[in-house]
Design a protein around this ligand. Structure first.
Ligand SMILES: *Cc1c(COP(=O)(O)O)cnc(C)c1O
Length: 467
């Protein structure tokens, strides 16, 4: 056995051969060497375990294909594109929204060049970072002023820190939300220095509950959108107009964490229960915050709109600097917002809205194209079928709505559905699929047209390595 170790190819030979591969030649040399070393350790282990028994199995040309695959797989950047066949449109773990073409171009422009990021071209003096999006946010939402920060969690924090630190904030018990990734309203409240004053019962809160809770320490009335859950049955929450009246009577700001915060009304699609930002502003919320990358379909950002006197105070908060939005995000956000100047353009050009509002015919046709692509990759090994099923908006928006569409189910001879789903996480690019009722399922809603072939190719890679 110890004889065999001496037949392992030398590093010089290996590097010569490896760098004939174009992709590997483009990688940093020390990285390739480390991975080739790691591969040799795999070979040594195979000798030790008795999996390799003859010298010719260790010849360079015998191990080369595996070595190339190994080095490629282990030298890839960690951050990778994936194919989303889950049907969850705003999938937080998969990066939420895809940007519209014009937003992608704006990012490229912003990061490869100097810009007027914080420079006023009309005076040649220092300008404001927020100026790029404030006016357009006001135009779209009807608010007096606007501000953007890193994400909505930061937006909620800075609203509270600025307007209610050292004071009480009244919130209904039915709205004490926890969002994925440990964002909890009571905890954020504590960290901001404000004190949570809960009112009502889990399922019901009344105007008099709020009114009875108001005292000299009250700093704000707050509403939180119950993004990812619904309380159904015998329920009542105080409406925003009623809250506005209370705010006026006691001279208190009404703050709203709208969560997803849609600028496009999805009522036409039968998706109810999520007010648009425009509606919330019109109904008198003083300060409203929402995410840039949920249903809005832009980059990660926290957007705050509302009355100028409050927004001005938030802008001056020194904490703001620690939450500031970067230039690439700003560029993407402005480009995305410009699409909202014509709602029909927004629906067609913003991928998130396009996926949510896709017609049954277009989903069916996409499913058919995906099925064809899979059949031509897998041939007789695979039984591909179409069936009715449901997608989700995701991102904690419209949790009670299923979006009907056409799914692809796939059965491959001799391959377990769960094994297939797992193996697809190792393909290039990886594909994230679903198992439903023990069936392997792909939802084409969240694959773009150009990704259908890539998805079929990922399936072939996975099936090849499982068989
Ligand atoms: C998603 C959400 C947040 C957090 O927003 P991020 O942009 O993810 O930071 C806060 N509040 C509500 C109600 C949400 O739905």
């Amino acid at each position: 056995m110890s004889e065999l170790y001496r037949h392992l190819p030398s590093m010089d030979q290996i590097l010569d051969e490896l760098t004939k591969d174009e992709d590997i030649a483009a990688l940093p040399r020390p990285l390739v060497k480390d991975q080739a070393d790691a591969f040799l350790n795999v070979c040594r282990e195979e000798i030790r375990s008795g999996a390799v028994t003859t010298a010719d199995q260790l010849e360079l040309k015998a191990v080369l294909p595996r070595m190339i695959a190994y080095v490629r797989a282990h030298s890839r950047p960690h951050f990778r594109r994936v194919l989303n066949a889950t049907g969850v449109v705003v999938h937080t773990n998969l990066g939420r929204s895809l940007l519209a073409r014009s937003a992608i171009e704006a990012v490229t422009e912003a990061c490869g060049h100097y810009s007027n990021c914080e420079f006023d071209l009309s005076t040649g003096q220092r300008g404001s970072r927020y100026s790029h999006v404030e006016q357009i946010l006001c135009d779209i939402t009807g608010a007096e002023a606007a501000l953007v920060v890193n994400n909505n969690a930061a937006a909620v924090f800075i609203m509270l820190e600025t307007l209610a630190k050292g004071k009480e904030v009244i919130v209904s018990r039915g709205q004490l939300v926890e969002i994925g990734g440990s964002f909890r309203i009571p905890d954020v409240m504590t960290k901001s220095g404000a004190t949570l004053h809960e009112v009502g019962a889990t399922n019901r809160a009344h105007v008099h509950d709020y009114e009875n809770a108001i005292n000299e320490d009250t700093g704000a009335l707050m509403r939180v959108h119950t993004s990812n859950f619904r309380i159904v049955g015998f329920t009542k929450e105080v409406s925003l107009p009623d809250m506005r009246k209370l705010g006026d009577k006691y001279n208190l700001p009404v703050i709203e964490d709208l969560g997803s915060g849609s600028l496009y009304s999805l009522k036409g699609e039968g998706l109810m229960g999520e007010p648009t930002v425009q509606e919330v502003v019109a109904q008198g919320a003083d300060v409203v915050s929402f995410s840039g990358d949920k249903v809005l379909g832009g980059p990660q950002a926290g957007i705050i709109v509302g009355r100028k006197k409050y927004i001005d105070r938030i802008k001056k908060n020194p904490v703001n600097r620690a939450m500031r939005i970067d230039k690439m995000t700003l560029a993407a956000l402005e480009a995305t917002l410009r699409l909202y100047l014509d709602m029909d353009v927004a629906r067609r050009k913003i991928p998130t809205l396009r996926m949510i509002t896709a017609s049954q015919e277009s989903l069916k046709s996409k499913a058919r194209r995906l099925a064809d692509a899979i059949r031509s990759e897998l041939g007789v090994k695979a039984t591909v079928a179409m069936k009715k099923g449901f997608s989700r908006v995701g991102g904690g928006a419209f949790p009670e709505y299923d979006l009907p569409g056409t799914m692809i189910t796939l059965v491959v001879d001799g391959v377990d559905a769960e094994d297939l789903r797992e193996e697809l996480l190792n393909t290039d690019p990886p594909l994230v699929a679903r198992i439903e009722d023990d069936l392997f399922l792909l939802d084409p809603r969240t694959l773009t047209s150009t990704e259908l072939k890539l998805a079929a190719s990922a399936l072939r890679q996975a099936v090849d390595s499982l068989q």
